[in-house]
Design a protein around this ligand. Structure first.
Ligand SMILES: [Zn+2]
Length: 414
């Protein structure tokens, strides 16, 4: 009898042990599930003026699979401003940064001139580190829409002052003239240093820095090859693929020291990688990084077919690196889009022999912007919320909801 009771007791003990173990496993699984669905880091990659013509030329000039083709989610975005079907960069940037359409010319303020709050500022309030990487000036319209508020993009000196107050942790771009030798003799480099920023005025310093809070304000010649003579631009045909792109396509690890730092065409890839290295030191709360490839727009304005192809080649290199990061870092969302299309860019008629490659030529219908929809590509955690047809203002709103990781709100509002 006693033996039976003892046996029953042992069975019960084992039974409870199994129940307890199953309960622990269930809790662990649900935590893991929720963690994998939470958006911790956001990378917002904007191609200024990057419409369907620009994207198509990338597809046609690359033999390997491009970053665009790797997108699990693709959508369309209406780019209008508050007062025009055709937006300019200040209003386009404002829509993508704040979720509000404004008048052309206005930057970071609503049509009445009231200051708006950008998604970058909201990320800061959530405790995330924030970064801006551009291949133009840090005070240009698109990056400025994330931290400034002015009624004209031409107020560069004022925008630079607003940048100093922005609280952005890492910023890499050009535009020294509005920070140094100002007519009001304010020394904004000194003001940045007073706010505990390390300030770098040459590209080489960002490559080795361990700083978690720095501003790199570089000469334009270091951030973009458009400032180099035409002849020194490397030629691009269908067989030329960047080293970084090749490695990313093969799934290999990309390290910044494997990229040619002397070539401004590699600048955006390297700067983005360096910024992430500093921002990810934040640990649990993650980061928000805005990257702008600004000069696609310039080549569209100039109707420069070869320039746009080169620029899109660089853009794809940066995109491949970011996809690589997303794949290795669950909890990272990458959204890629444009503020508007420039040039009315299309692919020119070019009949060629079957099975043979031929040179891709772009044609243009305007020297200005157009009001056509632009593509949206999304990768990583939360990417599924960027499919279908959206307004430019929907994108930051959706990023905000995903950063809040509020499933109830997300379900009802997206
Ligand atoms: Zn433009």
């Amino acid at each position: 009898m006693e033996e039976n009771i003892l046996l029953m007791y042992t069975h019960m003990k084992n039974y409870f042990k199994i129940i307890l173990l199953m309960a622990i496993l269930a809790i662990f699984n649900s935590c893991t599930y929720h963690r994998s669905k939470d958006v911790k880091n956001v990378i917002y990659l904007i191609g200024d003026g990057m419409g369907f013509g620009a994207v198509t030329t990338t597809l046609l000039t690359h033999e390997q699979v491009t970053g665009f083709e790797m997108a699990p989610v693709v959508g369309l975005q209406e780019t209008c401003s508050a007062d025009n079907h055709v937006t300019d960069s200040p209003a386009g940037g404002t829509a993508l940064a704040t979720g509000t359409r404004t008048r052309n010319g206005y930057l970071g303020v609503d049509p009445e001139g009231k200051q708006l709050t950008s998604i970058l500022k909201k990320a800061q309030k959530m405790g995330k580190k924030t970064g801006i990487v551009v291949n133009t000036t840090l005070t240009e319209a698109t990056p400025a829409a994330f931290y400034a508020g002015v009624k004209s993009r031409n107020e560069g000196y004022k925008i630079a002052e607003q940048f100093v107050e922005s609280g952005v942790d890492v910023a890499i771009g050009a535009g020294q003239s509005v920070f140094i030798d100002r007519p009001d003799s304010l020394d904004l480099i000194w003001e940045l240093k007073k706010k505990n920023y390390d300030v770098y005025l040459d590209y080489k310093y960002i490559l080795g820095t361990d700083s978690e809070k720095y501003v790199a304000i570089l000469p334009m010649s270091q951030v973009h090859r458009r400032n180099q003579p035409q002849g020194s631009r490397s030629a691009l045909d269908g067989s030329v693929i960047g080293k970084a792109t090749m490695r990313a396509a093969k799934g290999e690890c990309i390290k910044e020291d494997t990229i040619d730092i002397s070539n401004p065409s590699e600048y955006l890839s390297i700067a983005a990688t360096r910024a992430i290295k500093a921002l990810e030191k934040n640990g649990r709360k993650g980061f928000f990084l805005m990257i702008e490839s600004a000069i696609i727009d310039g080549y569209g304005h100039n109707n420069d077919s070869e320039g746009m192809k080169l620029e899109m080649y660089d853009f794809n290199n940066t995109l491949m690196l970011m996809i690589d990061y997303v794949n290795k870092n669950p909890g990272t969302l990458l959204v890629v889009t444009a503020d508007h299309e420039t040039g009315g860019t299309g692919i020119a008629y070019n009949q060629h022999e079957v099975g043979k490659k031929s040179k891709v030529q772009l044609n243009f219908s305007t020297k200005g912007h157009t009001g056509t929809v632009v593509p949206v590509f999304a990768y990583g955690t939360g990417a599924e919320y960027f499919s279908g047809v959206m307004k430019n203002t929907d994108i930051p709103k959706r990023i905000e909801l995903l950063m809040k990781n509020d499933r109830h709100t997300r379900k009802n509002k997206l």
